[in-house]
Design a protein around this ligand. Structure first.
Ligand code: NAP
Length: 306
């Protein structure tokens, strides 16, 4: 494949940014990748592993002269970074981000950007519970969706070019309105994470009662919750603070369903439980048929001896 942007600047060098570097390198999509991170420690690690072509000390230095600048920091930090880079942005450059919430990022970033640049927010629906510059890998975005959420007056050519980059990094791409994105993600990602955090919290409370049996005998359901609940605390704090309304809306619906299931259990309503679980099983089948997960038993994990 050929170069799509001559110079790409990545602000923040965690899981998503480092995976972008590997994916761009795999397909030769950027002439040069310049990276920076807030802490000297992360910048030193990135230099040590040769993550980018150049690692610089500030966001402004990275953004200067770049054709594409991607904000890869927690959602709550995007506005401050945009204010820092705004004065040095090259005319005609595209500014994008990878934040898990879109309307709040648009509200925080757009007011800082000059009219001479294109703002094309995006969100790759791909991740792991790992963070930092060492955690990235080229295949992270393969066959995963990337949602591009361009504000109404965005230049279509800038959107097409960014779409081309994400497709060349392995993603399927769809465009969507920000408000809709935030509601969809509240259902598919944000509320499930909150439920996982809660369940692990409950089990942790119980562990004190059962003398660590919860950990020793942890079964697949609980282990999957703990994996999700091990995700980066800063990232997830910012997701909930910035997608408040949609998360609260879905959490309200979740609570109603939970009460309905609770009543069915109390009343011994086996038909209700069976119908419910038949329906949810079909949803899992749909996800596998859409190629978004494996149908290998236990998610393909090899069984381990205790
Ligand atoms: P990560 O691995 O935890 O790395 C976070 C990066 O942001 C680091 O470079 C960190 O710098 C920097 N940072 C943290 N707080 C900052 C602040 N207050 N100001 C400036 N920089 C700060 O994060 P990630 O998983 O790549 O996530 C980055 C973005 O992608 C987030 O907006 C997240 O919502 C989104 N996203 C994540 C996933 C996922 O599953 N992880 C999936 C899709 C989208 P230092 O290390 O130097 O402190």
């Amino acid at each position: 494949m050929s170069v799509i942007y001559d110079r790409v600047a990545l602000i923040g060098l965690g899981l998503i940014a480092s995976s972008m570097v590997h994916a761009m390198r795999r397909a030769g999509l950027a002439g040069e990748v310049v990276g920076t991170s807030r802490s000297a420690e992360t910048r030193a690690t990135a230099r040590e592993i040769g993550l980018c072509d150049r690692i610089v000390d500030t966001a402004a230095e990275a953004a200067e002269g770049a054709d594409l600048v991607v904000l890869c920091v927690p959602v709550g930090a995007m506005g401050r970074v945009a204010a820092e880079i705004a004065p040095v942005l090259k005319a005609g450059a595209t500014v994008s981000d990878v934040g898990s919430v879109k309307q709040a990022v648009i509200d925080a970033v757009a007011p800082h950007l000059p009219d001479t640049v294109h703002f094309v927010p995006a969100h790759p629906l791909a991740g792991t519970e790992q963070s930092g510059p060492r955690s990235g890998f080229a295949e992270l975005f393969d066959n995963r969706w990337c949602l591009i959420v361009p504000p109404a007056d965005t230049d279509p050519d800038a959107v097409t070019r960014l779409r081309g980059l994400w497709e060349a990094m392995g993603s399927f791409v769809e465009t969507m309105e920000a408000e809709h994105h935030d509601l969809v993600l509240a259902v598919t990602s944000h509320t499930p994470h909150l439920i996982a955090y809660t369940m692990v919290g409950v089990a942790d409370d119980l562990r004190r009662v059962t003398d660590s049996e919860v950990v020793k005998y942890s079964a697949a359901g609980f282990r999957d919750f703990t994996r999700i609940a091990a995700s980066d605390p800063t990232m997830w704090r910012d997701v909930f603070l910035n997608n408040k309304e949609a998360t609260l809306e879905i959490l309200g619906r979740f609570t109603e369903e939970l009460f309905a299931l609770q009543r069915a259990i109390r009343q011994g309503d086996g038909d209700m439980l069976h119908d419910y679980f038949t329906h949810t099983r079909a949803i899992r089948r749909g996800i596998i048929e859409a190629g978004q997960d494996t149908d290998a038993p236990n998610f393909g994990r090899a069984p381990k001896k205790p």
